[in-house]
Structure formats: C-alpha cells, structure tokens
Write a protein that binds this ligand. Sequence first.
Ligand SMILES: *Cc1c(COP(=O)(O)O)cnc(C)c1O
Length: 300
Amino acid sequence: MELSSANIKTDKLAAASVAGVELHILRLDSIHPVVSGNKWFKLKEYLKKARLAGAPAIVTFGGAHSNHIVAAACAAEMEGFASIGIIRGEEPAAYSSALNDAMGYGMRLVFLSRSEYALRKRSRDVSWLGSAPGNCYVIPEGGAGEEGVAGASEILRFVENAGEYSDIVTAIGTGATTAGILRSAAPGQRVTGISVMKNNKALHGEIEALLQRSITDGFGVIHDYHFGGYGKYNPELLQWMNRFYHMSTIPLDFVYTGKMMYGVFDLVRRGYFSVGAKILVVHSGGLQGNRSLPAGALEY
Ligand SMILES: *Cc1c(COP(=O)(O)O)cnc(C)c1O
C-alpha cells in the first residue's frame, strides 16, 4: 500500500479558537479504513525489511483487542505475506471483533498465557512456534521498535507548515508513535502524549529508550484521561465523543483518540496551553475498535 498525501488532511476546528488557542487535527484516520492512522506508519518499515529478507510471513504480538494485530494482518495480506498473531492470554470463548477481523485477513492466531506471552514477546526467535514457516519476520508488540519509530517519524511530513505548531498532541499506547513525533518535531515544539492506560508511569522511560536519549524538556506524558484504564470507558466519555462528533463531524475511537481529545479540551480549559497556542492533534485512527461498544452507544 502506498501512501499518498492526497487523503491526509489537517482540519482546523473552528470552535476551539474561542478559548484562545487554535486546534488543528491531523486526520490519519482517513489513510485506510483498517490499517489506519499511526499503524501504517509503524508497520511500513518492518514490511520493507521483511520483503528484503525474503520472509514469507510476519509474526507479531498483541492483545485480543489490539488495533496493531488487525492492522498487521490486513497489511500483510495486502502485501502478500502470511501472518501469525501471538495473542496475550488464553483463547477466549468468543473472539473479539479484532481477532475475527485478523483471522479474516488470513492471520493465524496463537494464544499464550500472560506469563508465557511476557517471556516470548521480547524475543525475535520464534522457533518455538514449531509449525511456523522458516524465516518469519518478527514485528515487536505494537510495532514498538526502531523501525516503528522510524516510520512514525514521517508522520509530520504530511502536515503543511508543521514547524509552525507550538504544540503537538498524540494518544499513547506503547509510545512508538510519540517517539517518532518527538524525533521529527521542530526545535521548541512541545509534544504532549496522553496515555490511555491507568498510571503507566514507565512510559516516559520507555519512550526515552525507543529514542535512545533522555528527554528533559519539550515533552510531557499526561496520565489524567484514562477513564479507568486501557479499553475502559464510561457514559461521560461516550457522550462527549458524540458531542464532539456533532460539533466537528470528526469520529473518534473510545480507546485512544476519544480520551486524547477529551483530554485536549480539558487541558485547554485548565490553561495547560499558552494563549495563542497553535496545537496539532494527531487523530491516529482506530475507529474500527468502536465496534466493540454496545450498538447505539455512539451516534456515528
Ligand atoms: C495503536 C494506537 C495508538 C497507540 O500508538 P502507540 O504508538 O502504540 O503509542 C494510538 N491511537 C490509535 C488509534 C491506535 O490504534
């Protein structure tokens, strides 16, 4: 899949300027319905390497609701690779829509107990898979490795006058996307990552590790908008996402971008951004994840 900048737009949100800041939203959600947002950027360098290595298959790791697993399965199918997904936790009685989708793209799923998963996910050796085709190319969990960061560091190329923003905001899962943004941000730009996990205070260090340097300024991780933890939500979040949609016609997902955008608006109210700030919010996609919500919960 080739990326064209034609369908990546940056929308300006008119309503936000009343608060003394300008909000612009980078619509990575429009890249592709499944390999959406940051996932394509994080995968593309791995797929290039897999092809160069002549690997017939890719192997990657993730949870049962992982957007990365679905995106990897779909991208692998489009690019002609077989794919194997190593899934954290025992095989569930009923598959999530993510797992069903991944299987639909031809991914073979292998379920590991949490403890075994934790052991295996750090290794590039997948010979324990036994029946796996030889010479598989291993993509780390969430695409969070050097190639994922390198891919994500290209995101800002799709933004006109990217250097003019005072602030860039991303949702954080593994932090690979945020690391890529940090690598490519202009001097003086502040990058704010909104974590979607409950008090994952290791993130700052993990992002430093991905970048192989310490980051003392121009970067902050915010832990206040997790709504109970990864994949958790409450009626307030969903109502807010509906209101945001009616105001902007921009759909958000409840796992990442809904929490991030809720956070951005709250941070604007609390004066986190300077008056006159020009803020670029990265809409990292993930909309297919909304299918795991009860029908009718979202009005889009
Ligand atoms: C996976 C995902 C993220 C998290 O990206 P990381 O690089 O793991 O931090 C953010 N937003 C969406 C929509 C995602 O699917």
